[in-house]
Design a protein around this ligand. Structure first.
Ligand code: GUN
Length: 291
């Protein structure tokens, strides 16, 4: 039987797999040590609205990762038909709960809920995801306590690549530029110019993406990126998680780009576990800031 991973190394022994699980383990072990040595008891409240199976899966993964390192998790399940006021009341209640260090609202929320209003309501010193505008502002002025977890994960994976050096260029292809701004900021100290592309600008992407040294793609479409979009030895960060034929796959056609890319994140096992590690780090930092 064909062994895919062996095959992959036979065809190109140069491609570097950016293993998010290994990188996340290093961060998680460090956090576990801090919790034990300093006798900390950090707590995280997770708010999950509705019955989206992917969201339930992600919340379970986050809960397991927290418990493994000694963060206590309470999950608050709300019905998919709950009102804006009910979600807001839950957040207010958690804001006032002194035993709760950090709050995470799993996204996406149902369409009838105003997501920005909910994120803005989380007390910034309890903002586990680092999405609150006050925390983003602090990050942009280099005074961050918490970092937006997905962007932080992406940048750490980029920096772990053998192909990473200052002066490169990055293309971020994503459905919204909220994700792009923090990546751009975190790469700026390395003299890296980051450009945003909407997945709708397909002609522009076809024309420009090949000149980027680093490509970050978060569009939620299988095989959105192939070998025609990337340059030789590019660093490819695949944020997509799509279900196809009972498998989880990213936005990049992995087999198609593997002989061209310099480094690539696998899906699963790339950005996902790193995002969770960055979340855990935020929770520990919020707890330490409080005590
Ligand atoms: N849904 C997908 N990614 C994330 C994330 O990083 N945080 C939250 N809260 N929801 C998500």
């Amino acid at each position: 039987m064909e062994n895919k991973s062996e095959n992959h190394f036979q065809h190109n022994n140069k491609i570097e797999l950016l293993d998010g699980r290994i990188l996340a383990d290093t961060i998680n072990h460090k956090l576990r040590r801090i919790i034990v040595e300093e006798n900390l008891q950090p707590t995280l409240a997770v708010v999950l609205v509705g019955d989206d199976p992917a969201s339930h899966l992600y919340v379970n993964l986050k809960k397991k990762a927290c418990e493994k390192i000694g963060i206590e998790v309470s999950t608050y399940f709300l019905d998919k038909q709950c009102t804006q006021a009910e979600v807001e009341e839950t957040i207010q209640w958690l804001n006032n709960d002194e035993t709760c260090d950090a709050i995470l609202v799993q996204l996406p929320l149902p369409k009838h809920i105003n997501t920005d209003k909910i994120i803005n309501l989380i007390q910034p010193d309890k903002d586990a995801d680092g999405f609150h505008p006050d925390n983003l502002k602090k990050m942009y002025s280099n005074q961050a306590t918490v970092f937006p977890a997905p962007a932080h994960a992406v940048v750490r994976l980029i920096k772990s690549s053998d192909y990473f050096r200052s002066g490169l260029t990055t293309a971020v292809i994503s459905n919204n530029d909220i994700f792009f701004q923090p990546i751009k900021h975190l790469l700026q100290p390395y003299n890296i110019i980051t450009t945003y592309y909407s997945p709708d600008d397909i002609e522009l992407i076809n024309k420009e993406s090949k000149s980027a040294d680093i490509i970050v793609v978060a569009v939620g479409q299988p095989n959105f990126i192939n070998q025609n979009h990337i340059q030789k030895d590019a660093i490819v960060i695949d944020v997509g998680t799509n279900r196809q034929d009972n498998k989880t796959i990213g936005d990049v056609d992995f087999d198609n780009v593997k002989n061209i890319a310099g480094s690539i994140t696998p899906v699963p096992g790339g950005v996902g576990p790193m995002t969770i590690a960055c979340l855990l780090e935020n929770v520990v930092n919020l707890h330490k800031q409080k005590s």
